[in-house]
Design a protein. Structure first.
Ligand SMILES: *[C@@H]1O[C@H](CO)[C@@H](O)[C@H](O)[C@H]1NC(C)=O
Ligand SMILES: *[C@@H]1O[C@H](CO)[C@@H](O)[C@H](O)[C@H]1NC(C)=O
Ligand SMILES: *[C@@H]1O[C@H](CO)[C@@H](O)[C@H](O)[C@H]1NC(C)=O
Ligand SMILES: [Cu+2]
Length: 322
């Protein structure tokens, strides 16, 4: 890893004219891919995306940690490895690391024939009735809740009963080898108390207004990470679903969720691009201040990144918009 990092730095130093990083970045990204809302994508786009996800589970693992594992499993595996001990949550790197991770996934989908950009689930629009969202469609979506009667998993994991991913069999659970059928355990609502299912209140307008009201990065990222982000994970995963443990990328909805998290950050950056595109402040878990030169580990799934290359979605090494 250290080696890869040095190579990245060395090649960047060779390739970049030392004067203007900004103008070079602008030139490099002339036609950004536009990331779409799943609910507004065409049937053909959805089908192509779903087929590519299924294809990931037929490709060999790049990490080869377990003989069962596939390229699809690599995502849940490295997310778990980087969470225990914690290197990617609860500190400023949360947003750029997951931005890079979504891009690595999009690139992997391209290796499986998909030509579009990453897509997102706008949970902030569906908060009042999340279970009715288009993303859960049994044909052109990710299938729905887990079911007690969809057996095969045993207790503790509620197998998804319908949709194109009902036969998806992630290799890891919470970091350990534990092959199982894809699982979800949507948290019920409490209609008498006006509480939507899947903790929808925690990604409704009041919370989103609060998140968006922060003007400095070190207040914005923790607000976004905790309530909307964490609640969507817990609301889908409950106690018996793949979205709850640290292997959460096992559920393909993870990437639509994190693309939405990324979009909320992108919109925040766009509101004042002059001082927000490269706004990156706050304390790291090791007690030091975060810097734009901090590293984004990818454990061999992709090269190590550097935060500053992932702040601008139309520069550095990225080229997309919403
Ligand atoms: C999801 O399914 C589980 C198991 O049947 C059930 O307990 C839970 O209430 C369901 N969630 C929703 C939101 O329907
Ligand atoms: C960022 O720029 C905006 C618009 O120019 C300005 O209103 C705001 O005070 C600036 N914020 C910071 C933290 O510098
Ligand atoms: C972090 O930066 C702040 C200023 O933004 C400074 O006051 C503080 O001393 C720094 N902390 C460390 C551990 O370097
Ligand atoms: Cu994560």
């Amino acid at each position: 890893m250290k080696f890869l990092h040095l190579v990245t730095l060395a090649s960047a130093a060779l390739a970049l004219p030392s004067d203007s990083l900004a103008s070079r970045q602008k030139k490099a990204c002339t036609s950004p891919k536009v990331r779409k809302n799943w609910a507004k994508a065409t049937s053909a786009e959805k089908k192509s995306y779903i087929d590519a996800v299924l294809c990931l589970a037929t490709k060999p693992s790049r990490l080869r940690v377990s003989t069962h594992s596939t390229l699809y499993d690599d995502f849940g595996y490295i997310h778990a490895q980087l969470t225990e001990p914690q290197r990617i949550h609860g500190e400023p790197v949360f947003l750029p690391w997951h931005r890079y991770f979504v891009q690595v996934y999009e690139d992997a989908l391209h290796s499986c024939g998909y030509t579009g950009a990453a897509m997102y689930w706008d949970w902030s629009a569906d908060w009042a009735a999340p279970s009715k969202a288009a993303v859960w469609d049994p044909v052109l979506g990710f299938g729905g809740n887990g079911s007690d009667s969809a057996d095969g998993n045993g207790p503790g994991k509620l197998r998804v009963a319908d949709g194109p991913f009902r036969n998806l069999r992630p290799t890891y659970w919470n970091g350990a080898v534990d092959p199982h059928w894809l699982s979800r355990d949507w948290i019920p609502g409490f209609p008498a108390d006006g509480q939507p299912e899947m903790i929808g209140n925690a990604y409704g307008p009041a919370i989103m207004d609060e998140v968006n009201s922060w003007t400095v990065y070190e207040r914005f990222w923790p607000a976004l990470e905790s309530s909307p982000h964490g609640a969507v994970h817990a609301g889908i995963g409950g106690g018996r679903g793949d979205m709850s443990p640290v292997s959460s990328p096992n559920d393909p909805i993870f990437f639509l969720h994190h693309t939405m998290v990324d979009k909320v950050w992108w919109q925040w950056q766009q509101r004042s691009p002059g001082n927000r595109t490269f706004a990156y402040t706050g304390l790291r878990n090791d007690g030091k201040n975060a810097t734009l030169n901090d590293v984004l580990p990818m454990l061999g799934l992709a090269p190590e990144g550097i935060v500053k290359d992932y702040m601008n979605t139309k520069g550095g090494v990225l080229c997309y918009t919403y």
